[in-house]
Design a protein around this ligand. Structure first.
Ligand code: SF4
Length: 197
């Protein structure tokens, strides 16, 4: 029994859905690869630039990036070395501990992000055509799947409400004690800046 077997997919909706996720991951890889080629960078280098652009100093270091992208520290160090040589990122020493540093984008690095991060547009365009209810249902399923994969260790790092210290259940509903507000399914986050494990 294989989810890649078309006959199995015809018999089992679950197989068809898993095969669909796999197909989507291929599409993301291809779109990212095209952007990376255009920038004369590797896909992981583009991903690092985008991540650094939108996250704080506490996350923009080799150890965190290795966990975020599920690769080894030497892989991240090699990619960062190239980005430094191309003057797309620079190191900023930690004021409390000079052995530690975080990475910051240079103006050239920000330009690369601006012209490469739109590789997701085919997905955004499709979503723009969907109704609110369809999006909410999709988000509910997706966030549940991401949380479950994080819980069973398949995804190593996730800044999701369900594994955040501020998350509560209040009267059977989702609640954020930091925001002191209920969280509707639509409000659940997967990359919250205030997330605390
Ligand atoms: S701080 Fe962010 S991740 Fe944590 S529960 Fe509140 S909204 Fe969710």
């Amino acid at each position: 029994m294989s989810v890649f077997d078309p006959e199995e997919q015809n018999k089992q909706p679950d197989s068809k859905i898993v095969a669909g996720f796999e197909r989507l991951s291929q599409v993301f890889r291809t779109l990212l690869w095209d952007q990376a080629k255009a920038q004369q960078l590797s896909p992981i280098q583009v991903q690092l630039l985008i991540f650094i652009r939108y996250h704080g100093a506490d996350k923009n270091n080799v150890s965190y990036l290795a966990r975020e992208f599920g690769v080894t520290k030497p892989t991240i160090s090699d990619a960062v070395k190239v980005l430094e040589e191309k003057k797309l990122v620079r190191r900023v020493a930690d004021q409390a501990d000079s052995r530690r540093y975080s990475l910051l984008l240079s103006p050239a690095g920000k330009k690369v992000v601006a012209s490469s991060e739109n590789f997701t547009v085919p997905f955004s365009d499709w979503l723009a055509q969907r109704g609110q209810k369809e999006k909410e249902a999709l988000w509910q399923s997706l966030s549940g799947l991401i949380a479950a994969l994080n819980e069973n260790g398949t995804i190593s790092i996730q800044r999701h409400c369900f594994n955040c210290t501020h998350y509560r259940k209040k009267g059977g509903a989702h609640f954020c004690s930091l925001l002191d507000a209920p969280l509707h399914s639509n409000d659940l986050r997967i990359d919250c800046p205030e997330h605390r494990e």
